[in-house]
Design a protein around this ligand. Structure first.
Ligand code: CA
Length: 622
């Protein structure tokens, strides 16, 4: 039975899950297939079809060409064919030289008719350039370097199999050391299915849409697929100091988690007064006088300076505190009911950065750039966790994946999951079509967010229009933790995100009914009870034993220093992190911990003295 299979998986250890299910879902390559090329596949530039042999460039001449010489792309391109045994992802690199544009030059590679343009930097010597990962289809594929901007030299081209993501790198522990058992349990479950399954999610309509039927989306999906999504997406927008009203969002979350055993994720469109200068703190306003847009958008608040949100003593700071208080009241109700939340505040951080003159987001929280955004994130994080005692939150950073995601990222210690919102039906399609559902799994976006944290944080598709096709997700190794289409506003004059302009209903059925996709009925019964005790509060520490081998010796001090160097090579287990944190436990690892362990090994103190306060540390070591 399918559902039983997934329940067994959910209960098993994370590593075993990945191994077991990968073999079930990933393509199996034909052994000894005689028709396929072998990889890495290498072709000389001058041997491509349509290429001419060059040995002398117009400009500075690259030395030591491979083969007979190279192909210099000018007025017409060149191509080659490569045959693969099954659909899969392949990386195209080329040994090139570009001696025309000091600032780089856009060059185009076309794979089976789909173009990708890349900026090739200036180089007078041969340089290995990576055009990225592409999906190749079973059988023959055509790869072309076409003449658009042209004028670059291609010595040779290599096509290699793209390595699979390592989903086991994802951290299943939470940044909040006092996370509730329910939040820990949910996080452990998410980690156990990450990379081997995708969770079905769906945003609910709110504020009285669908005639007040908040189950409309779920009923629609149940009718279409026979299944109900595992994740309910909500927004806490209507709890606010201006026109705030209770539309029952919190009750629905509690019911969803406690009675239907579902998962809750929430965003928060934070409203601010449009006329902030004349707003008296605490006044009520009509919703039409409220906004969450960029101050430069024409619909934003011209005199609300986002930079002041983090500055005590300003009106913006005080207003934000009021908004947090309204929100926290609801989140505390969820915590009291034992409901954890995949919490996605300050979403779509940088928006379509570059759209406005100062290059910032469409929401006000991003409208003064990355540094202010990150400060607001940290303020919100510390206020909710420390002042309001909220520990039921799994913090999800929702980037809009421009090349600058790293500059907007609040940091590993404030983020549990990273996410992207996929809207590519109207814009940025990339599938060669001009309308209708866009079934791409957008693997390059997935890669970008996976790489943002070196695989350490799980990657989710927090919002989307079209749910990607199952086949694309599997073949392209785009292991999104969940998908979550925005609500269907069709009947209310909004966008009909579940209609056929946005969803391919056959594909939606296929993924919902697949083994790969987890729906509400397939969540484990112990979803919120399987995390056991909060990891940091109740697990006892064997202080100093960073590598958990039962003894405290120099290897532990060295491991802590290696870990602090930031190299991915050195990891410390959750228990090890607790053990090693022996100066001021709970403060996280620093070089002081390593020095204290060294002092212990050298005999200056004994294990019975651990842990120590910072002051004791100074007395012993300083
Ligand atoms: Ca060559």
């Amino acid at each position: 039975m399918k559902s039983n299979f997934k329940r067994v998986l959910a209960a098993a250890a994370a590593s075993a899950v990945s191994a077991a299910s990968f073999s079930a879902v990933m393509p199996v390559y034909a052994v000894g297939s005689s028709s396929a090329d072998t990889f890495p596949f290498v072709i000389e530039g001058e041997d491509m079809e349509g290429a001419t042999l060059w040995t002398q460039n117009y400009g500075p001449n690259p030395k030591n060409s491979s083969g007979d010489g190279f192909f210099y792309l000018t007025g017409s391109g060149a191509s080659f064919k490569v045959t693969v045994p099954e659909d899969g992802m392949y990386t195209i690199t080329a040994r090139v030289a570009q001696t025309l544009d000091q600032n780089g030059r856009m060059e185009t590679v076309m794979v089976n008719g789909i173009k990708r343009m890349m900026n090739v930097p200036y180089s007078e010597e041969w340089m290995d350039f990576n055009f990225g990962s592409f999906r190749l289809t079973k059988g023959e594929n055509t790869i072309e370097f076409i003449s658009e901007y042209g004028y670059f030299a291609i010595d040779k081209v290599t096509v290699s199999e793209t390595p699979k993501h390592d989903y086991t790198l994802a951290d299943g522990t939470l940044t909040d050391k006092n996370a509730t058992p329910e939040a820990q349990s949910l996080m452990s479950y998410l980690k156990s299915v990450y990379g081997s399954h995708i969770l079905a999610g769906q945003q609910e309509i709110y504020g009285g849409g669908h005639g007040g039927n908040y189950e409309w989306e779920n009923e629609f999906l149940k009718d279409l697929t026979g299944k109900v999504p595992a994740i309910r997406g909500v927004d806490f927008m209507n709890y606010n100091p201006l026109y705030g009203w209770d539309d029952g969002t919190t009750e629905r979350c509690i019911e969803w988690a406690t009675e239907r055993n579902g998962i809750v994720t929430a965003s928060w469109h934070i409203n601010i007064p449009k006329d902030f200068a004349n707003y008296e703190l605490g006044d009520r306003l009509d919703w039409k006088q409220a906004t969450y847009k960029n101050y430069q958008s024409g619909e934003g608040s011209k005199d609300f300076d986002t930079r002041n949100v983090v500055v005590k003593g300003t009106k913006e700071y005080d207003y934000f505190q009021l908004a947090i208080a309204d929100l926290a009241e609801q989140l505390l109700r969820l915590q009291d009911a034992g409901v954890p939340v995949i919490w996605r505040p300050l979403h779509e951080a940088q928006g379509n950065e570059g759209n406005y003159s100062d290059g910032t987001a469409w929401f006000w929280w991003g409208d003064r750039g990355a540094e202010t955004y990150k400060k607001i994130w940290k303020l919100l994080y510390t206020t909710l966790t420390e002042e309001y005692g909220l520990h039921n939150l799994i913090w999800e950073f929702n980037s809009y994946d421009y090349s600058n995601s790293a500059t907007w990222y609040p940091g590993d210690e404030y983020v549990d999951i990273v996410a992207y919102d996929k809207y590519n039906v109207e814009y940025n399609r990339g599938d060669g079509k001009s309308s209708g559902p866009n079934l791409l799994a957008i693997p390059a976006k997935f890669d970008s967010l996976y790489n943002l944290t070196n695989g350490k944080k799980m990657v989710a598709m927090a919002e989307n229009d079209t749910v990607p096709a199952l086949d694309n997700l599997l073949v392209e190794d785009a292991g999104w933790l969940y998908f979550c289409p925005w609500y269907d506003g069709g009947e209310d004059g909004g966008t009909a995100f579940l209609g056929t302009n946005y969803q391919d209903h056959d594909e939606l059925k296929k993924i919902y009914q697949s083994e790969y996709c987890i729906t509400l009925d397939e969540l484990p019964v112990d979803l919120y009870q399987n995390g056991g005790e909060p990891v940091y509060e109740e697990v006892s520490a064997n202080y100093g034993d960073a590598n958990c081998d039962g003894v405290v010796d120099m290897a532990d001090a060295i491991l802590v220093m290696q870990y602090l160097s930031g190299s991915k090579k050195y990891t410390i287990s959750a228990q090890g992190l607790i053990n090693a944190d022996c100066v001021d436990p709970g403060s996280g690892l620093t070089s002081e911990d390593a020095r204290l362990i060294r002092a212990l090994v050298a005999g200056y103190i004994s294990t019975g003295n651990l842990p120590v306060t910072k002051k004791e540390f100074a007395d012993i070591v300083g």
